[in-house]
Design a protein around this ligand. Structure first.
Ligand code: DAH
Length: 435
């Protein structure tokens, strides 16, 4: 299950048989381009349909409003938002020094068009090419794709903003950083924010061997100051903080394959700590691949949906994809106003119990099948029971699916008809035996 950041999950990899059986076609068309299917292909039509929506570019869409707000925080940076979601695994993983056995590479976690092309799982996939173009201070917003379970805050497509800033390794830049850090520090000192900080660099969160210690320290500090002031701009003085209370931000040591030192940042909102972003000092090897000499810098990645759900009080992540005017007409560029729910239609729960096929069935394969069959009518899928027969050793699972439309009341007959289709696909594609 992902939040904003890449989660490392210890789930054994299984072959997504369902996708291989999905179509007899030899090719799959993605954004007008034909690709040869192979055993890696696991992209579904429900996902392909999302590729052209580009919600972050729809003027009055909350994700676009939030993108614009973040961009206005760094007016001098280059603002990029037009990169194709189809990337090579090399761009998505190797460029960023992901190890060969990283779980994110598996077909259970990521969408593959075939073994050579996939949908980016994070905006960091574009770091090397953006640095290579000569961009030194930039923000990049894009849709990203990860296979996952289904509930009100998880959706297989979401949006991220990647930001980066690199400086020359010359002594001059030390002075510039000192000045910039002093300016930002002064501003934050007089603002209503309480920051729970940690040391910039520690033995467990080290600087890079090629970096000058003072320079690395200043870059990490610059990263923290920039992001603290962004979080103040986004969350400061809003209702979830408590009236008159300071915004509370906390820094945590983290690990990412492409940064060191690395951090995660959380914001205290309605009494809970919420993970907002990941960041760190860019690995020298990333800059080397981009052929950017004599530079040192920071980067971060944040998830837009999580923040937009908080700021606009949006209760269900599917709403971002709604084309209902009752949703879309509520937002205007430049304004953060709470969404007024027009209705919550009744849920319709249906259970499905089945004997697992021999090769097993990954939860993400099950969820993609439900999503592909029921679209956004599925609100939540929960595994409610697993059982292994003591004698036969056969295993069975029971999932509870909650069907609920965002836009209208679903009749029991309609829900039954969708559920029947899910059962038929389950039998037809996975060869499971329904109990
Ligand atoms: N790409 C990471 C993710 O999706 C987030 C991230 C972490 C981006 C650290 C960065 C970074 O640029 O420096 O989980």
């Amino acid at each position: 299950m992902y939040a904003t950041l890449w989660r490392v999950r210890a789930i054994p990899r299984r072959i997504p048989r369902y996708h291989r059986c999905l179509s007899t076609d030899t090719h799959v068309t993605v954004l007008g381009q034909q690709y040869k299917r192979d055993p890696t292909t696991n992209i579904t039509s429900a996902i392909i349909d999302k590729l052209e929506r580009r919600l972050h570019l729809q003027q009055s869409h909350p994700l676009c409003i939030l993108r614009t707000l973040i961009e206005s925080h760094w007016p001098s940076f280059t603002h990029l938002s037009n990169f194709t979601p189809v990337v090579t695994p090399a761009r998505n993983f190797d460029d960023l020094s992901f190890p060969a056995d990283h779980p994110g590479r598996s077909t259970t976690d990521s969408y593959y068009i075939n073994k050579d092309y996939m949908l980016r799982t994070h905006t960091s996939a574009h770091e090397v090419e953006t640095f290579a173009k000569g961009e030194r201070n930039w923000l990049l917003t894009a849709d990203v794709y990860r296979r996952d379970e289904i509930d009100a805050s998880h959706y297989p497509v979401f949006h991220q903003v990647e930001g980066a800033s690199i400086f020359s390794t010359s002594p001059n830049s030390i002075h510039e950083l000192e000045e910039d850090n002093a300016r930002l520090g002064e501003y934050l000192k007089t603002s209503n924010i309480v920051i729970e900080d940690i040391p910039h660099i520690t033995p467990s969160n080290p600087r890079q061997p090629t970096h000058d210690p003072r320079h690395a320290e200043l870059v990490a500090q610059n990263l923290k100051l920039n992001l603290n002031s962004l979080l103040l701009a986004l969350f400061g003085g809003r209702a979830g903080v408590g009236s008159g209370e300071p915004l509370r931000v906390r820094w945590i040591e983290a690990y990412f394959p492409f940064t060191t030192p690395s951090y995660e940042v959380e914001v205290f909102w309605h009494g809970k700590w919420l993970e907002i972003l990941g960041c760190g000092v860019v690995l020298q090897s990333t800059l080397d691949r981009a052929k950017v000499p004599d530079s040192i810098g920071w980067a971060f990645g944040l998830g837009l949906e999580r923040i937009a759900m908080i700021l606009f009080s949006i209760p269900d992540i599917r709403l971002f994809w709604s084309q209902d005017p009752r949703f879309l007409s509520q937002f205007t560029p430049g304004n953060i106003e709470p969404f007024k729910p027009y209705s919550k239609y009744p849920p319709c729960y249906k259970d499905v119990s089945f004997w697992l096929p021999e090769q097993g069935l990954h939860a993400n394969d099950f969820c993609d099948l439900v999503r592909d069959t029921a679209g956004d009518l599925v609100e939540d899928v929960a595994l409610i029971d697993s059982f292994t027969h003591p004698k036969t050793k056969r295993s069975s699972q029971c999932y509870r699916i909650n069907y609920r439309s965002m836009d209208k009341s679903l009749s029991n007959e309609e829900a039954n008809a969708i559920h029947e289709r899910v059962l038929a696909h389950l039998k037809g594609n996975f060869g499971v035996e329904i109990r």
